[in-house]
Design a protein around this ligand. Sequence first.
Ligand code: ZN
Length: 105
Amino acid sequence: MTKLTMLRPRVATADTRRVKPPPKQVDAELGTRDWKAMRLRVKERARGMCEAEGCTRPGFYADHIVERRDGGAVFDMANLQWVCPSHHQRKTVRERMKRAHSQSR
Ligand SMILES: [Zn+2]
């Protein structure tokens, strides 16, 4: 018999569990024609390039500077920036950590 060895895997899984984001929800409003037009405007304003400081990559996402769930306006050019996948991911993780922090207090 192998006793308890199955209960305690030697490789810790805690890290991925903590950092792994839930799949990003696709909000209904982001599937609309209005949003697609908005996204295109953000892209054109940025001339297609990532707007993160110092970044020279082409952008891919119209990102909400203040996220929707934090009360950010969805259809507001002032609350949108055009970012590359890398910066989008970085910001999303950062915002999520910030939110997790404020909720635990
Ligand atoms: Zn970037």
